[in-house]
Design a protein. Structure first.
Lengths: 290, 290
DNA sequence: CACCATTATTGATAATAATGATCATACAAG
DNA sequence: CTTGTATGATCATTATTATCAATAATGGTG
């Protein structure tokens, strides 16, 4: 009179049989012998007192009851795997430092929250800085991970996603777009956006002047909103106070930019590995639908 | 390198330990020996490489990890039990005849659909008739189950729910409510509503005449809608073309009526048992919120 | 300090599942 | 029709493992 419980191991082989369509193939996949898989299937049928499969020639087919159990099995195993990895995840401890460009800080909070839920025992520190600076810190192992922007096909790190760069101005402004173009830029030398913009203008034979510089986008915002300069941003960085310029503006098209993840030279710690994977998963959206 | 799977048996004892708060109590509940439960708990901790419990004096407490696993365990076991009973349910076969008053046919279709989903191999036949007739048929074992209406506290069968009876007239009509009251009634002698109505009127010293009779509510509808008579219904039988009368109408208040389930005298078949339980569950709503 | 309830531990036994080998069947090719 | 190949079923053996009963250990209680 004990409550009947499924043996999840048996359900897993059932799923394998369904996936591969054959007992032998399932055995190979699960690293069992063929006879074991055969008997496991039998055992399931005995326990439930139902025939789950039938044989049409040498092809194996499931009965309606088999199909039904299969559906239950997938649900149960999914839940089992989630539970298991959750229990393992809570065991992962350590400290971890991630570097991101200041302007991307707004993109990550949900990722951080999710990460903390999955790995509550990991202490995560986030440091902001320019992409160039962050790369150096990663190389010096002062950071475990760094998410940076860079020009297309630059070396180093793994590309997380690519985004188009665009020109933008204040929402209600129509700044003069005659040479020299007034640019609002990040602090000199540190920023990829700046390089890209200057290369594009130079390629188009245009002239420009750096009207304002700042350490971050936040510092540039008032200048641009006031219509005093043009700025370069990605689509995901557009705010309500910015208006994107299209081709008709006469400014040269800007290339795509890459968001890349750099890892410290030493073998990554387990927390670092996990956060890296999470960032990849969460940000992998191909430059988000407009 | 095989995928890690929980042993649901162990999770079940974990839940038992949590519920009872003690290893020995859990052992008693699960019909294990105390040592078995103790070792099962240990086994879980070994497999996961986590300590799930700690001891505060002789009181047992779960660690945060233990609580978390407990949550997972409950979910998994719930799914397991559902899956298991579903697989068993599909095995139940047979034929089954249910009798219901014609007017309740509209209340049951969703129950029948659900029943067929749970027990697809059971052939269900539904026969309509008056309550009095259905009770006789059940006694004669011509029906396995019968859902009937009856006056309060009548003997026989199990009460499923109680509902208030009310007077109703056509939605736009104002029939004469002076004696004798024109009643629209089911065929004479067969219907509980009729008995109730006549008792109530007699008790109030009112006079009445049976203006129309029919085998079912459907037959009475046009008469009542036309404003030619007053009818007695339950709240759940009100249609858009009927208007309930309240106390201000001057008609006497009507008592509650009972919906009761009668079972054939022989031991009920498994399908009959199941359908009976399902009807009880689904209709148990205490005369549905107004 | 002794006693009671509860839990952990140990060794013996029984149950059970995986294995490897063998047998049976179906299909395809010669 | 026969042979070859692939697949699944069956069986005895082996190894693992869970369960039990008995006992030791622990901590609270009178």
């Amino acid at each position: 009179m004990r409550a009947p419980t499924f043996d999840l191991t048996l359900l897993r082989t059932l799923v394998a049989i369904a996936d591969t369509g054959s007992v032998t193939a399932a055995a190979k996949r699960l690293a069992y012998t063929q006879s074991t898989v055969s008997m496991q299937l039998q055992r399931l049928e005995t326990q439930l007192d139902v025939s789950l499969h039938e044989r049409a020639g040498r092809r194996l087919r499931f009965t309606p009851e088999g199909d039904r159990l299969l559906a239950h099995a997938r649900r149960l195993l999914a839940l089992n795997d989630d539970a298991w990895s959750d229990m393992q995840a809570r065991q992962i401890t350590g400290d971890l430092t991630l570097g991101i460009p200041e302007d991307y800080a707004s993109l990550l909070p949900s990722v951080f929250a999710y990460f903390h839920q999955l790995y509550p025992a990991v202490g995560l520190t986030v440091k902001c800085g320019t992409s160039a600076h962050l790369v150096e810190q990663v190389k010096a192992a002062e950071l475990d991970l760094a998410l940076v922007t860079r020009q297309r096909n630059s070396p180093g790190g793994d590309v997380i996603r690519r985004e188009p760069l665009i020109w933008a101005v204040g929402i209600n402004q129509q700044p003069s777009l005659s040479d020299p173009i007034p640019l609002a830029l990040y602090s000199p030398g540190a920023d990829v956006f700046r390089e890209v913009a200057e290369q594009a203008l130079q390629g188009a034979g245009r002239d420009w002047r750096v009207a304002y510089t700042s350490q971050s986008m936040a510092g540039l915002a008032p200048i641009v909103t006031a219509g005093l300069a043009v700025v370069v941003v990605t689509r995901s960085m557009l705010t309500p106070s910015l208006r994107p310029l299209d081709d008709s503006s006469g400014l040269p098209a800007l290339p795509m930019i890459e968001l890349a993840l750099h890892r410290a030279p030493h073998r990554p710690s387990e927390p670092a590995r996990r956060l890296g994977e999470l960032i990849r998963e969460q940000l992998a959206a191909p430059s988000e639908a407009l």
